[in-house]
Design a protein around this ligand. Sequence first.
Ligand code: DX5
Ligand code: ZN
Length: 218
Amino acid sequence: MELAPSILSADFARLADEIGKVEDAGADLVHLDVMDGRFVPNFTFGPPVVAAVRRATSLPLDAHLMVESPARLLDAFIEAGVDRLSVHLEADPHLDRTLHAIKEAGVVAGVALNPSTPLGALDEVLGLADFVLVMTVNPGFGGQRFIPSTLKKIKRLREIVVSNGYQAKIEVDGGIGADNLREVLAAGAETIVVGSAVFASPEGAAAAVRELRELASN
Ligand code: DX5
Ligand code: ZN
């Protein structure tokens, strides 16, 4: 399991401290939720904040672009120092070109899928993607409830990837915590995004990361 805490539920006024806690506790990636107020009904942050996060941690940065026409923003996020970039299939009619552009820049390229988007929409790009980000809530907000039907979707995606010999890894995002982590791992997810269950945990972010790690290894 690769654990990717999402800073969406962190204290934005203390980002470096918040990231330091999860880095020390054993997080593998920092997940960055970029929202434009159009593709999703919420705003977060853009390249300047990503560049500041880049200076604050040595962990790889996993940027999840929940924006319309993501291709126009790739260069800015790549210059800001991201290591992985996912764009939403629903937001980009030229995914083939976009995935090639991300990979040519030496960045790991992902396709993100809303809960209502069928896996069949991936057919022509799955062989190109380094990873698929399966949304397990409707994107836009932290702290939402996990959508149970996405478990079957993760399993089916895993079967498609394996039976075709594709390289794509499966990342899952939304509503994941100690209560369902093992289920999503068993379904075939490899990279796990966790926002509120880490940064809004009453035990603190570091303890939450350690607990999730322990659950995954048992
Ligand atoms: C939702 C974001 C998620 C979010 C997950 O639009 O893409 O990354 O931060 O937060 P939780 O884990 O609280 O659902
Ligand atoms: Zn996300």
